[in-house]
Design a protein around this ligand. Structure first.
Ligand SMILES: Cc1cc2nc3c(=O)[nH]c(=O)nc-3n(C[C@H](O)[C@H](O)[C@H](O)COP(=O)(O)OP(=O)(O)OC[C@H]3O[C@@H](n4cnc5c(N)ncnc54)[C@H](O)[C@@H]3O)c2cc1C
Ligand code: FES
Length: 266
């Protein structure tokens, strides 16, 4: 589906966890046609000095209401302004952009590993696989319990394993500590889907290599255009050809990559 530029009506923007907001926007196009892992690039309203659009994963969709949600944390000026949106405002949106997660027929287990706001694309994954006969383990790590959101909703779909750096809920430690509590993961029947900050991605990449797990990651590089024109979102290839391209573009070739094919930046 080709991306489109459109004005999306703001339906609601609610705080759902510490520094974390869920923004609901109206769009029949995204609600009916976007896939899990795809993203939209939004223009931050009002502030002339914010030049580039800001990219956000499509968090979940409601095809009946023709709406979709973005789940984001406030990290800077753009996300601060987005957190204050309310009806009847509209937002200038470009999307859906990028590729998407896939679920191969020969795997009957999904292992989702989410760190912080890396949880955002996985609600759409859960919506997409709800009709499939898959066993799903969902490992979700944050720094402290205040940052968790929508836990009961995740539990309604799958087996949820939590981790917090400070031990305030779930396993004390990182998602790797949580993964080590799972004894039933079999390399041949499991597809791993990962999203989170780069230090976590590197640790999960090593874990998946050691356990020979088939893993796909959604990267969250800094981006500008969002559609392959500015070359501003390079992702180094792990095994580049001797000549030619040494980088993928996160926005165009991704954001979802086979984890064994990329180098995750420091
Ligand atoms: C494909 C994709 C999907 C994304 N999905 C989500 C999502 O679902 N939810 C969400 O909260 N965020 C997501 N992000 C990150 C989000 O785009 C940034 O947090 C946002 O652009 C920051 O804008 P700002 O103006 O508030 O911050 P800025 O003022 O631009 O930056 C503030 C701080 O945030 C850091 N930062 C900026 N962009 C990123 C980034 N892409 N990754 C990590 N750190 C960054 C900056 O280095 C700086 O330290 C996604 C990024 C990509 C590329
Ligand atoms: S953001 Fe412009 S090429 Fe990827």
């Amino acid at each position: 589906m080709n991306p489109k530029l459109f004005d999306a009506a703001v339906i609601a923007c609610n705080k759902v966890a510490k520094e974390t907001f869920c923004l609901t926007l109206k769009s029949d196009l995204i609600a009916k046609h976007a896939r899990a892992g795809q993203f939209v690039n939004v223009s931050v309203p009002r502030e002339a000095d914010i030049l580039w659009r800001r990219p956000f994963s499509i968090h979940r969709v409601d095809p009946q209401k023709s709406t979709f949600d973005l789940l984001f944390s406030v990290v800077g000026k753009g996300t601060h302004i987005l957190s204050q949106l309310a009806p009847p405002m509209t937002l200038d949106v470009l999307g859906p952009l990028g590729n998407h997660f896939e679920y191969p027929n020969d795997k009957n287990r999904l292992l989702i590993v989410a760190g912080g706001l890396g949880v955002a694309p996985f609600f759409k994954v859960l919506q997409e696989v709800a009709h499939r006969d898959l066993t799903i383990d969902f490992v979700y790590g944050v720094s402290s319990a205040d940052y968790f959101c929508f836990l009961s909703e995740i539990t309604s779909y799958c087996n949820l394993i939590l981790a917090t750096d400070d031990g305030s809920k779930g396993v004390k430690g990182t998602v790797i500590n949580a993964l080590e509590t799972l004894s039933h993961i079999q390399k041949d029947d499991t597809r791993v889907l990962v999203c989170g900050p780069n230090p976590m991605l590197r640790a999960v990449q090593t874990y998946c290599q050691q356990h020979q797990l088939d893993a796909f990651v959604s990267v969250e590089n800094t981006m500008a255009c969002g559609f392959g024109a500015c070359m501003g979102c390079p992702v180094p290839m792990k095994n580049p050809p001797n000549e030619g391209k040494q980088y993928y573009l996160a926005c165009k070739d991704g954001p979802v990559f086979d984890m064994s094919e990329i180098i995750v930046d420091e």
